[in-house]
Each structure stands twice: as C-alpha cells, then as structure tokens.
Design a protein around this ligand. Structure first.
Ligand SMILES: Nc1ncnc2c1ncn2[C@@H]1O[C@H](COP(=O)(O)OP(=O)(O)OP(=O)(O)O)[C@@H](O)[C@H]1O
Ligand SMILES: [Mg+2]
Length: 227
C-alpha cells in the first residue's frame, strides 16, 4: 500500500469571526488515517463533521494546524495547487451534492475525467449505470430527485477511481435499498483500488462497516475507536 494515501492531521483548528467575537468550530484535532483504511466520522449535528471533511480535502483552510495527504502538506499549497491535487487524488461527495445545474447528469460525471485529461463519455456512462441511473443520463439536476442527485454526485466522485475518497452523509437522501447499493459500491471502490475512505455518517450500521470510528463532540475528537 502506498503510504502517500495516508492522511496526517496535526493540531487542526477552525475558528470564524462572529458577532460575539470568535466562534470555535474545531479545536485540537489530531489523527492519522492509514493508507487504504476506512474511517467513519460520527457525532451530533453541528459537531464539526462537514467542516473537518472539507479541511481534509483542502476545500477550506484551517485557522491552525496541518493536513498531509498525497505526499503533500496541503496548506503549503495555494488554492490552485490544492485544486490540482484534488483533481488527481481525491473524490468528494458533498452533503449538498453540489452538481453543476447547467450540465446533465452525464456531463457532471464526465467533468472530473476531462479535468484529469482522460476520455470520459463511456466511463461516465458506465458509472451512472452502476448507481442505477443509466436511464437518466441527459437529465439536468433540477429534474432529478434528491436521491438521484446524490447518486450522480457519488458517480462523479468515484469515476476517476481516486486514491482518497471523502463522503459526507452519502446515503442521507436514499431509501434503504438504494443506500445499500451505493454503500456496496463505495466499499467495492475502497477494496478494489485500495482507496482510503473517510465518510461522515449518522448511520451506526454504516459506521460499523469501517474499521475505525472517530467521534466529534463540540468540535473536538471525543473518541477514536477501532472495531
Ligand atoms: N462558515 C461558517 N461560519 C459560521 N459558523 C459556521 C461556519 N461553518 C460551520 N459553522 C458552524 O460550525 C458548526 C459545525 O458545522 P458542520 O457543518 O461542520 O457540522 P456537522 O457536524 O457537519 O453537522 P450536520 O450533521 O448537521 O451536517 C455548526 O454549528 C455551524 O453552524
Ligand atoms: Mg454536515
């Protein structure tokens, strides 16, 4: 296993200005994720899970601390550098899907392949088939249901077969059967390609499928358990 696919988090903090002064969202976060492992991040609503995931992927910048992944110190790179690193190594599934509204399902999934300079149409079509959307290729996001949009966003994250897979509530809008299909696909990616998987979930059964569970409470790491 390539140790470049490990994630090292040191002293990570996120604070924002608010009316009363400074609001602390995350403090003193330290952990390392082994390359090729699967980790669940759990914790109550507002505990900082999405904020942490965004920092791990370099979508946001911390107030303090560092994240090392893909062999790089993430925050020594500028925004373009982080975007380039993400395009090569990271698949991200957003809690709010973040599909581009003016692109069809197929075009949304083709985009990361095109950014990576790879031929796109057939791979994108095959991945949409795998998430059960083979008959929705040319739909725009606004004409897809919430669960369908979530599956397009999963297909977009998986299609480049990234070494690092981050997913924020990937089954939040799905019924049990569709959720199970998507989870199986996610773990298949993790196994088949040795992808490191970090997922945020409120679902204890899904969390239990990961070999390790990090629990956030009030912006701090409250527990770090290995199954
Ligand atoms: N840019 C911001 N400015 C101010 N407060 C913020 C900002 N981003 C997040 N917060 C606050 O930080 C806290 C953590 O937010 P976050 O989205 O990380 O929670 P979460 O654990 O993902 O919750 P959920 O389970 O509801 O998705 C929340 O109280 C939120 O209001
Ligand atoms: Mg969240």
């Amino acid at each position: 296993m390539d140790s470049r696919n490990s994630i090292e988090v040191k002293g990570l903090a996120k604070r924002v200005a608010d009316a009363g002064g400074e609001l602390s969202i995350l403090e003193d976060i330290d952990f390392t994720v082994e390359a090729g492992s699967a980790v669940a991040i759990t914790g109550s609503s507002g505990s900082g899970k999405s904020t942490l995931l965004g920092l791990l992927a370099g979508l946001d910048v911390p107030s303090a601390g560092s994240v090392r992944l893909a062999g790089r110190d993430l925050f020594s790179l500028d925004e373009d550098g982080r975007a380039a690193l993400r395009a090569r190594h990271v698949g991200f599934v957003f809690q709010s899907f973040q599909l581009l509204p003016n692109l069809t399902a197929l075009e949304n999934v083709m985009l990361p392949l095109e950014l990576a300079g790879r031929s796109a149409r057939e791979d994108a079509r095959a991945m949409l088939d795998r998430v059960g959307l083979g008959a929705r290729l040319h739909h725009y996001p606004r004409t897809l249901s919430g669960g369908e949009q979530q599956r397009v966003s999963l297909a977009r994250a998986f299609v480049v077969q990234p070494e690092l897979l981050f997913a924020d509530e990937p089954t939040g809008s799905l019924d049990a059967a569709t959720g199970a299909t998507v989870i199986d696909l996610m773990f298949a990616m993790h196994r088949e390609h040795g992808a490191t998987l970090v997922l945020v979930t409120h679902d204890p059964q899904l969390a239990a499928r990961c070999e390790r569970q990090l629990v956030l409470a009030g912006g701090r790491l409250a527990a770090d358990g290995r199954a």
